[in-house]
Design a protein around this ligand. Structure first.
Ligand SMILES: [Zn+2]
Length: 478
């Protein structure tokens, strides 16, 4: 392998550099000319398309319908909900000119679409018969972050789904929570092989403009937590501001109840970070553009014969997405490294020996374990190896996540854990902002979320000693 093409650092030694190397040298992303904005190259965009398709199919099954709303939000609309604009104003990109003339009103490039959508949707909703209205859009948003950008993790533009539901009652709205978080959980587990902790955000960490936020939180390899998909309960707060009301069964006007939810391309970054190793990325089989790479091993005198056989082997893989790397001028070892860097989950090695025996060497990307498969069993066995790889990387990530959660009720010990080991500290909390703020100030850790399962709630607040109202996870977080 050409020395300059591979990853130069070990993941365990310099995680940040490893991460950047892994996603750029694999040719998954490239930096755009504007800082914090990236291009998703084909192998990477393929992954997002698959995540999107899987999620979208599940959304549609529960009655969510897709829409598309405009990119620009007039300033007067964005300002309508006070808390919302207060939170987002620092990171809004504004359009001030059209050609050479200055616009009468600045236009925000959407950081999220609540204000624009609800202004319009308020006119669409008339009676209880129109509800629920469960809208979604797959789009991009811009948030002019000024912190150090990291591809997928923190950037100025990302792709996501924006789900926006309008209901006639609070009860129905709340029932949506488990439905949506259930879909996200399934997509993460079955497609991205990513585990997470489902829970409620603290009042201070919830979505600006909403009432309560629920999230799935992940654990990065460096012991820092990172927020995944989320569902927000907005109550009637936006409805009040945007006069989003409906006539109930008694012909009386009532304010509607709302929720919003999203999964974004950030998940791709988490997935690359969690599964990858010193050789590069490991892409879960369902998301890999190429699932099986077939590498013919030949010399110039037998190349035609071996390449032809390699193509026969690939054709035996049926519906699995395969590719024969018959590029001349590169050694088999170079090709192994090339596809390992790109995270292709399974490699088949095909040479004269395999031709003669009819048994193909298959090598899994995560363990590098090799097995021999008779040609006639290739499709079934390769599919099984891919499923097994998915299971293994999910379980490995799940073990890591849980090994990084420490239950603690002593503040001094909590500080030590956060400093030395990192991860999440699962601790009793009184629910007061003051304790949350103090802990953040003194340890750098915030509340990632309060797990939905609160059956272990007991004891006193880890900071102030008052009776605890919640069990919360505290962690340094991206
Ligand atoms: Zn307290």
């Amino acid at each position: 392998m050409k020395g300059d093409k591979g990853i130069t650092v070990k993941k365990s030694q310099d995680f940040s550099q490893w991460y950047v190397d892994a996603i750029t040298k694999s040719e998954f992303i490239d930096y755009g000319p504007v800082s914090g904005m990236i291009a998703l190259r084909p192998d990477c965009y393929f992954i997002w398309e698959r995540v999107q398709a899987a999620t979208d199919e599940m959304f549609k099954k529960i009655g969510v319908t897709n829409t598309y709303f405009p990119l620009f939000i007039p300033e007067r609309l964005l300002k309508k909900e006070a808390e919302h604009i207060e939170h987002f104003s620092a990171e809004v990109a504004w359009v001030t000119h059209g050609g050479k003339s200055e616009l009468e009103e600045r236009l925000a490039v959407r950081p999220t679409s609540e204000t624009l959508m609800y202004e319009m949707v308020a006119k669409w909703v008339k009676s209880w018969r129109d509800l629920p209205m469960r809208l979604n859009q797959w789009n991009n948003v811009v948030r002019w972050e000024f912190k150090h950008p990291t591809p997928f993790i923190r950037g100025r533009e990302f792709l996501w789904n924006e789900g926006h539901s309008i209901y006639a009652s609070e009860k129905e709205t709340m029932e949506e929570r488990d439905q949506i978080l259930g879909i996200y959980h399934k997509v993460l587990k079955d497609y991205l092989a990513l585990p997470g902790i489902i829970g409620r955000k603290s009042e201070q960490e919830r979505f600006a403009g909403g009432i309560a936020s629920y999230s799935i939180e992940h654990m990065m390899p460096d012991g820092w937590a990172i927020q995944g998909p989320a569902w927000h309960y907005d109550g009637q707060k936006f409805a009040k501001v945007f006069e989003l009301s409906f006539l109930n069964k008694n012909e009386q006007k009532e304010l509607a109840w709302q929720s919003t939810y999203a999964i974004s391309t950030r998940e791709l970054g988490v997935m690359f970070a969690v599964h990858g190793d010193d050789k590069g990325l490991i892409v879960p089989p369902k998301l890999s553009r190429i699932q099986v790479i077939v590498v013919p091993i030949y010399k110039s005198e037998n190349s035609d014969k071996v390449v032809k056989f390699a193509k026969t082997v690939a054709s035996r893989l049926g519906s699995l997405r395969s590719h024969v790397d018959d590029r001349d001028g590169y050694s088999p070892g170079w090709k192994f490294n090339y596809w390992e860097l790109r995270g292709v989950p399974l490699r088949l090695e095909v040479g004269e020996k395999e031709m003669a025996s009819g048994r193909i060497v298959a090598c899994s990307r995560d363990t590098f374990e090799k097995v021999e498969i008779p040609v006639e069993e290739l499709e079934e066995r390769a599919a099984k190896l891919l499923d097994e790889l998915h299971e293994r990387i999910y379980k490995k990530a799940d073990r890591h996540l849980h090994s990084m959660i420490t239950k603690e009720n002593d503040y001094k010990k909590m500080r030590e854990i956060l400093e030395k080991k990192g991860g999440m500290v699962h601790a009793p909390w009184c629910g007061e902002n003051m304790c949350e703020d103090k802990i953040k100030e003194e340890t750098g850790a915030k509340i990632t979320n309060m797990p939905l399962d609160q059956s272990d709630l007991k004891g006193n607040c880890i900071y102030c000693g008052k009776k605890a109202k919640h069990m919360a996870n505290f962690a340094k977080s991206y």
